[in-house]
Design a protein around this ligand. Structure first.
Ligand code: 5RP
Length: 241
């Protein structure tokens, strides 16, 4: 059953600094793997923010990228503030490496993403990247995908019907709302329905079902996309898988 925060998340909230330190350590290690001339995808979120900071330091030390594409206006503004020229995915043939955060990752490097609502662009950037590295603190690592609501981006024109369909399927849907209680609207003008079913019964089957549901634009199951995960742990160690 889904609860608002796992034990680890509650502990992490109580020691926010520690979690941020872990995020920064994973991010810095990822920044060290970026090579000169790389066409780089840069994701979204608080861990990626540390990655962009570290990338800025590498730029100041002489790193030159072939291209940079990003998945949110916030990351774009941060990159541009550091002097990077940011391209649109449509203007780049192929990316070499994308570095992004994740909301959950399992031992097969399958994951849940989209907590920040940028899942559609994140998945498009990821699948057009030769390599994908995720940077996470250890609270994101799970045995079975779950413990985090699965975001599904849906077209407004049939959002009500899709919501009802999810309810009938027992997927425990909820429309995402903003802090002021309005319906959350994505960069592309769509809604997000978060599925609170936990744990996810069969991620591949669920992904196939969502992929074939009319009205679904994209979903946050990222299966077989990530090839490297950098996990920063509370004990100060870093695992690369
Ligand atoms: C945004 C994402 C983020 O990568 C994910 O939510 C992780 O964020 P954070 O690094 O802030 O924990 O998928 O859509």
């Amino acid at each position: 059953m889904y609860t608002k925060g796992t034990f680890k998340e509650v502990i992490a909230m109580l020691s926010q600094l520690d979690q941020n330190t872990m995020k920064e350590r994973a991010a810095r290690q990822a920044a060290d793997t970026v090579w000169n001339g790389a066409r780089l995808g840069v994701g979204t979120g608080s861990t990626v923010k540390f990655f962009i900071d570290a990338l800025g330091e590498r730029k100041a030390a002489g790193l030159q990228l072939g291209a940079v594409v990003t998945t949110s206006s916030r990351s774009k503004a941060q990159l541009e503030g550091l002097g990077f020229t940011v391209s649109e995915l449509a203007d780049v043939e192929q990316l070499d490496l994308t570095v992004d955060g994740a909301d959950r990752v399992d031992s097969h490097l399958d994951g849940i993403k989209g907590g920040g609502g940028a899942l559609t662009l994140e998945k498009n950037v990821a699948v057009h990247s030769a390599h994908n590295t995720w940077i996470v603190d250890e609270s994101k690592v799970v045995d079975h995908l779950g413990g985090f609501p699965l975001p599904v981006e849906v077209l407004p024109i049939s959002a009500k019907q899709v919501y009802n369909q999810f309810e009938d399927e027992g997927l425990l849907p909820q429309f995402r709302t903003t802090a002021t209680g309005e319906r959350y609207v994505t960069h592309y003008g769509n809604y997000i329905i978060d599925l609170y079913i936990d744990p996810l019964p069969a991620p591949r089957g669920l992904a196939t079902y969502l992929d074939s549901t009319v009205g679904v634009v994209e979903h946050g199951l990222f299966l077989g996309i990530c090839d490297t995960v950098i996990i920063a742990r509370e004990d100060g160690t870093i695992d690369v898988k």
